[in-house]
Ligand binder design. Structure first.
Ligand code: BMA
Length: 312
């Protein structure tokens, strides 16, 4: 039978489970991944038995076999101010390299809601908090890995009852002060991502546009299904959507994606483009384990352009 798959799963998935972690955790999922010094660095979320999350670090020579660091990489901050907004945990990190700096966006949970923290590192040994770059209730924030028209650009996903879980764009001169925000993409009824959408990996530059690997949620009588899809943003004006694939590229199918801490979830925070035209896509399976697969960047771009739905 012909296989209609855009993403080829790595045959040895899952690539990281809680058994691989040298400290006590219950899950390993939703990791940001980047290349640093010729290696792949993964920073992943883990639930503790308190139900709160921390972020660990692993590294790899080939992007498939990862060694985990002895200690967590980010735990809720004890610094004044940051402390107030991270008390309930740090989640779902994404990494964007701009020049020599690696910027990390993460969800910070506290009794005041969930907002997005921005931190930076140059060596993945120490990490410095910069600012919170949203109020609450925001998640799924990615920063474009390039300054465009003299501005930093981010996508994020505020929630409101009138316009639930849509993707917005904002601009900043310094990564701290953000403005000119506008909505660019919404979940649309009777499509695979009709309930919620959110940017996944930081956008990847291609010849035809910025490729945004995002997640879409579909409600069923058996709960929600988290899948991955793709959208293409204009290179010079990323607020302009050139195409949004009306088909998902990955859905929960392997046993560790279908069953786990939260069943029926594939959720990506990181993808690494390779010189051979492929992209390694990393995703959390059922909020429990880490998985990886490869896709052809051209095929994903063509999918956005050839089977497109309207942005809202
Ligand atoms: C979202 C976030 C993600 C998680 C997903 C599925 O709301 O909490 O971190 O992977 O739900 O549970």
């Amino acid at each position: 039978m012909k296989k209609y798959s855009y993403v080829t799963r790595y045959e040895k998935n899952p690539i990281l489970t809680k058994e691989d972690i040298p400290y006590q955790v219950e899950t390993v999922h939703n990791a940001g991944v980047t290349k640093y010094n010729g290696k792949y660095i993964m920073i992943f979320r883990s639930h503790l038995r308190t139900g709160r999350s921390i972020i660990g670090l692993a590294e790899s020579k080939n992007g498939f076999d990862f060694d985990v660091s002895e200690d967590p990489f980010m735990i809720p901050s004890q610094q004044p101010f940051f402390k107030d907004y991270e008390e309930y945990g740090v989640e779902d990190p994404r990494i964007s390299q701009i020049g020599d700096e690696y910027y990390i966006t993460y969800s910070a949970y506290s009794k005041f809601g969930v907002r997005i923290g921005l931190a930076k590192t140059q060596d993945f040994q120490s990490v410095e908090r910069i600012a919170f770059i949203t109020q609450s209730d925001y998640r799924n924030t990615v920063i474009f890995p390039e300054i465009i028209n003299n501005e930093y650009i981010k996508l994020d996903r505020p929630h409101s009852d009138i316009s639930p879980w849509s993707i917005w764009i904002s601009y900043s001169p310094d990564l701290i002060h953000w403005g000119k925000s506008k909505v660019i993409m919404k979940p649309v009824i009777y499509h695979w991502d009709e309930m919620k959408i959110g940017a996944g990996a930081p956008p990847i530059k291609t010849k035809k546009g910025w490729l945004n690997i995002y997640h879409g949620v579909f409600p069923t009588m058996d709960g929600s299904i988290y899948r991955l899809g793709v959208a293409l943003h204009d290179l010079k004006d990323p607020s302009k959507l050139l195409g949004i694939s009306d088909e998902w590229i990955l859905q929960p199918e392997d046993p560790w994606e279908v069953t786990g801490y939260v069943h029926n979830v594939v959720f990506s925070c990181g993808a690494v483009p390779e010189p051979n035209g492929e992209v390694k896509i990393y995703w959390g399976g059922a909020d429990t384990v880490m998985c990886v697969g490869t896709a052809k960047i051209d095929a994903l771009v063509n999918l956005c352009l050839s089977k497109s739905r309207d942005p809202y």
